[in-house]
Ligand binder design. Structure first.
Ligand code: PMP
Ligand code: GLN
Length: 380
């Protein structure tokens, strides 16, 4: 393994899911739903396979049906116009979009400011690009970004802001005021922005505002999203990028040499998913809000300090009130102690002390599973 990937061994999600399988514990670690997305969308994938749509290399930027559906989705939900031919790119999940964007846009030695705790692929991809990550730490209890600290973190070497809202793992959702301040800073200091908005439809308090909708951002922003979270098909790995043509072309250039194209038949199915009525999106969100409330109440009842998330399908909880200090040790023991798997937030920080007693639980699970997990944690 080269030095760039030093410290990026096995991802925490793979480690914790393997632990869940080995111990038979309830897996509230890795974020994936335990109920698949809509039957009609699964059928659409089967139909595409049978009818031979996408079984051979599809077009590099994505099949036209999906690119048009993505552009229509951006118009329907946000009033944003994108040219499906030049300003939309289909990727192998948001994960490839993040990698392709960072590899396409960064020079070695460039500084990238990113919220800490980071989603784990950010640090690894910044490292693979030979760039330098500069963390902006989100602090408990409410994990709001310190905008003065952000301004101070910008140096002449800063090339890019890497944002994530709704934010994994804290559930923080940026407000319009915060987004406006960030956009103004990006314009003033001429920064590019890569914004990971995969949880765009999972906001329970407040609203999701795409950063690219703010003045001056269109030419400097790469927006990333994914069908995995919105439609509960995390295994299909259909994601996308939207943005100004110049930046999307740059990301597409890198994508060509990562995966060349993304897998075909699922693209047709996701094109149909993006056209589901508004009721689907709202209904799914309301269902998850109920699960958030169930798990946050249960964790509080079990004695943990709960940081109520405004979005995503994760809740960050503090184990200090249990008399525990170290989330990593706690998560390694938890399956044996009570048959539940969670993820320690410390692994998402450069400064492990900042998140040492924080632990992340996923609530994208059936209610009876969440209830059982809470019962087990109470008896821990
Ligand atoms: N970004 C964030 C913030 C995530 O939580 C995830 C995990 N799903 C991804 C990106 C990756 O998305 P995908 O599965 O579409 O690659
Ligand atoms: N995004 C999901 C999470 O944060 C899982 C992604 C993964 O396993 N890489 O848990």
């Amino acid at each position: 393994l080269n030095r760039r990937l030093d410290g990026h061994g096995t991802t925490i999600f793979a480690e914790m899911s393997a632990l869940a399988v080995a111990t038979g514990a309830i897996n509230l670690g890795q974020g994936f739903p335990d109920t698949d997305g809509p039957e009609e969308i699964r059928e659409a994938a089967v139909r595409a396979l049978r009818e031979g749509r996408g079984n051979q290399y599809p077009p590099g930027p994505g099949v036209p049906e999906l690119r048009v559906a993505i552009a229509d989705h951006q118009r329907r939900f946000y009033g944003l116009e994108f040219d499906p031919d030049r300003e939309v790119l289909v990727t192998a999940g948001a994960t490839e979009a993040i990698a392709a964007a960072l590899l396409a846009l960064l020079e070695p030695g460039d500084e990238v400011i990113a919220f800490e705790p980071f989603y784990d692929s950010y640090a690894a991809c910044i490292a693979m690009a030979g760039a330098v990550r500069v963390p902006l730490t989100l602090r408990a209890p409410d994990f709001r970004p310190d905008l003065d600290a952000l301004r101070d973190a910008v140096t002449p070497r800063t090339r890019l802001l890497l944002l994530n809202s709704p934010h994994n793992p804290t559930g923080m959702v940026l407000t319009r005021d915060e987004l406006t301040a960030i956009a103004e800073l990006a314009v003033e200091r001429d920064l590019l922005v890569v914004t990971d908005e995969v949880y765009e439809h999972l906001v329970y308090d407040g609203e999701h505002i795409p950063l690219i909708s703010l003045p001056g951002m269109r030419e400097r922003t790469v927006s990333i999203s994914s069908s995995g979270k919105t439609f509960s098909f995390t295994g299909w790995k259909v994601g996308w990028v939207t943005g100004g043509a110049e930046l999307v072309t740059a990301v597409r250039t890198a994508k060509q040499y990562l995966t060349f194209v993304s897998s075909g038949p699922f693209q047709y199915a996701i094109a149909e998913a993006l056209r589901l009525p508004d009721g689907f999106f709202g209904g799914f969100r309301d269902q998850l809000r109920g699960k958030r409330d169930l798990l946050t109440a249960g964790l509080a009842d079990a004695g943990l300090g709960v940081h109520r998330p405004q979005g995503t399908y994760f809740v960050t909880a503090d184990i200090a009130p249990l008399g525990e200090k170290d989330g990593i040790a706690f998560c390694r023991q938890l399956p044996e102690r009570c048959g539940v798997v969670a993820v320690p937030n410390a692994v998402f920080y450069d400064d492990p002390d900042a998140g040492r007693s924080q632990v992340r639980f996923a609530f994208c699970k059936r209610e009876e599973v969440l209830r059982e997990a809470v019962t087990r944690l109470r008896g821990r």
